[in-house]
Design a protein around this ligand. Structure first.
Ligand code: ADP
Ligand code: MG
Length: 307
């Protein structure tokens, strides 16, 4: 393994072709400079991924670890109904793995950044005798007062989820597509009242919308889109449980008025599945309804981070 040189890596990063916005001065000075676009609000988020906690080698590769670190941040921007603009990347690199490893991590980040028109605005590069840690801070934009919050759900709203749920932990969590384009396409069709990305599992993330909006919900168990990734050897009840509580799907969970919900159900504007799974109620708490009409409390069994 070659010894690791921080400046060499930064020079290499700068030499790579990347997205460049006209209102951003990127890598190379003491800070990046962003001229905020007129009539927009800035969305700021950051997420840190640690080898051993959020990915392991294998099944992750350095490229996929880098990719995931940016993808989870893009997913947060999507969940606010925004467009990603730029990102800052901080690395704690394991010294023993050398500079090719570091370049691979950055390559995974830069490829996904290009795909989502996100400029690498800067970062920090360190090496140590510990495992890989990647922190990404992201900046997105939304039209002034048009960001979508968790707090906007109202009784009578229909609840929708994109894609399919469950079974992500085997490998999908490294390769998922952040639903940035889907959020934009939905916003062009309907007024989204509340939204969140499903990172901890549907049962858990729905709670955030309910608590922030001060409402409840009834979810139809038959309507939950169970991913084909969930093993067919499990019982139906176990498969449903995984779809409700496995984390790291990064699908969008959102609410719209009943009238607009009907429109979405008649014509899905997305190229991925979109499922009406239930509705918002004035009565607090979340219920799971079976086809015979009986209900049970939707247990908040989502993924709990082990800290
Ligand atoms: P300083 O000592 O002023 O913090 P650095 O030597 O840490 O500067 O970084 C030099 C430049 O390279 C800065 O513009 C910084 O944002 C950028 N940079 C450092 N590491 C990364 C990285 N992993 N990805 C993108 N930009 C980086
Ligand atoms: Mg620095």
């Amino acid at each position: 393994m070659t010894a690791f040189h921080e400046f060499e890596l930064i020079e290499w990063i700068r030499s790579q072709k990347g997205m460049s916005h006209t209102n951003l001065l990127g890598i190379g000075d003491d800070t990046a400079i962003l001229q905020p676009p007129a009539h927009s609000e800035l969305l700021l988020a950051t997420d840190m991924l640690m080898e051993g906690a959020h990915f392991t080698f294998p099944p992750a590769t350095p490229e996929l670890a880098g990719r995931k670190a940016l993808a989870v941040n893009l997913s947060d921007i999507a969940a606010m109904g925004g467009s990603p603009h730029s990102a800052l990347v901080s690395l704690a690199l394991p010294r023993s793995r050398g500079s090719e490893f570091a370049k691979s991590v950055m390559q995974g980040i830069m490829e996904l950044a290009a795909e989502f028109q996100t400029q690498l605005a800067g970062g920090d590069t360190n090496s140590w005798n510990g495992p890989l840690v990647i922190n990404v801070a992201i900046i997105g934009t939304a039209d002034q007062s048009h960001s979508i919050k968790r707090s906007g759900a109202q009784p009578g709203d229909w609840i929708f989820v994109t894609g399919a749920l469950g079974g992500s932990l085997e490998s999908h969590h490294l390769t998922f597509q952040p639903r940035v384009r889907e959020a934009v396409a939905l916003m062009e069709t309907v007024t989204i009242k509340s939204m969140i990305d499903v990172s901890d599992g549907l049962a858990s993330d729905l709670q955030h919308i309910l608590v922030e909006s001060d409402v409840g919900a009834v979810i139809q168990s038959k309507q939950i889109p169970i991913s084909p990734r969930v093993s067919s050897e499990l019982t139906d009840a176990e498969r449903l449980q995984k779809a409700l509580s496995d984390g790291e799907d990064f699908e969008l969970l959102f609410t719209v008025s009943a009238e607009q919900g009907q429109r979405l159900r008649d014509q899905n504007p997305l190229s991925i599945p979109l499922t009406h799974i239930g509705k918002i109620t004035a009565e607090q708490g979340a219920l799971l309804q079976q086809t015979d009409g009986s209900t049970t409390p939707l247990e908040n069994t989502g993924w709990k981070h082990q800290l």
